[in-house]
Design a protein around this ligand. Sequence first.
Ligand code: PRT
Ligand code: ZN
Length: 297
Amino acid sequence: MKQRDRLRIAMQKSGRLTEPALELLNRCGLSFRQSRDKLFCFGEGEPVDLLLVRDDDIPGLIAQGVCDLGIVGRNVLDEFRLTTGREAAPLVELRPLGFGRCRLSIAVPQELDYQGPQTLEGERIATSYPGLLGEWLRTHAVNAGVVTLSGSVEIAPKLGTADAICDLVQSGGTLVANQLREAEVLLESEAVLAGPLALPIDERGDMLELLLKRLDGVIQVRESRLLLLQTSRSSLEAITRLLPGGPQPTLLAVAGQPDQLMLQALCAGEVSWRQLEEIKKAGAREMYVLPVEKMLA
Ligand code: PRT
Ligand code: ZN
């Protein structure tokens, strides 16, 4: 691998993952100068640059060492891992990123009486994911024809080029619009940070380590809320039992009121009105739910 002192991240140029990926990198303190050809973006503060490409090219660019990291759907990464030979450098999922969620599913015509994997025996299944579908068919000992298409997979049954499809599903709206229904989920997907198995041994390795720490902080606080409230010592136990997740709360004394305490708790997820009302009933007052901006453990 060539020595380089700047980290290079490949991400989707324009598509579903572009905006959330850029926002995530910004939250990690990275900002970029957009270049005129818009393929390469120079990082302004930190030594991290971006390469904007089609999502399908991302795993290959990392495997070839052109980029050090990539932000890509697990579906694309796993398909690459299954369909490229052993000669390609092994890639790993460094972090799940919590956006771009969808699933890779087999869908069949609504009127078909689906009775499990064997229903697909001898049928033709259209997909852009021949690697993942092929693996699932082997695992379930089903002999089916795999029709590889690069797009518009969902209309294949109507056109008569396939009997079922294997495609990404999010809301399910596309399936309904094409008189199909989900029969099997092959993979739960989301955007991930992908990288090579081995870290580069130069400045990039140090930057990567720093970036992973920041990412962990950002991902953790994205869902975190800080709950503040006041309570009397006698209600403390009941209130603590109702606190939604997270580590032990911190207790602070209230000046001049020895019976009163301020409680501060980091909650792992959203705190609902229902939960707040329950905690209030148990004796809490002056409750605040605050978003967490940054966290460094
Ligand atoms: O140009 P480029 O090749 O980069 O873009 P692309 O068209 O291949 O990718 P894009 O932007 O459509 O998707 C990028 C990634 O987003 C995918 O690889 C997935 O990891 C993720 N993702 C999340 C999705 C969806 N949700 C999704 N719903 N990718 C595609 N879809 C499509 C799906 O193929 C189907 O046609 O949306 C339709 C289904 O959606 P529902 O909501 O009707 O079920
Ligand atoms: Zn693509």
